[in-house]
Design a protein around this ligand. Sequence first.
Ligand code: UDP
Length: 138
Amino acid sequence: MERTFSIIKPDAVERNLIGSIFQMIEEAGLRIVATKKIHMTKAQAEGFYAVHSERPFFNSLTEYMCSGPCVVSVLEGENAIKRYRELMGATNPEQAAEGTIRKRFAQNIEANAVHGSDAPETAAVEISYFFNQLEIVG
Ligand code: UDP
């Protein structure tokens, strides 16, 4: 069993897509073991995306991530990290495969509906950035 971290980003929450995205996650066989709605501050978004701090899109990305509420979740399953990345689809929705969340719901390369951890180390850091152990019920 593996855990990964997911964000339903502000563009998708704004368009009432929480239920549709949760449905895709559950139908893919991943279990939602923790979830909550939050509204990040700029500083929290900057901390979360610190690895991208030198990238040209950093300021725009962190502004967007605190522009409205998000839904953060912990997902569990075998190979959860890789399976959720596949379900999300490519960062740029123009390159996302049919049947992926981003193909269905992303608006553009920034407002691309969801985030998912890319490796076990980042999943652990990202989960603990938003959840404590008592909030995760497997
Ligand atoms: N992003 C962006 N412009 C880019 C690349 C990425 O605005 O040229 C945003 C986008 O929201 C993406 C996030 O930055 O999801 C993190 O980028 P990463 O390369 O880690 O993509 P992901 O792992 O989310 O597919």
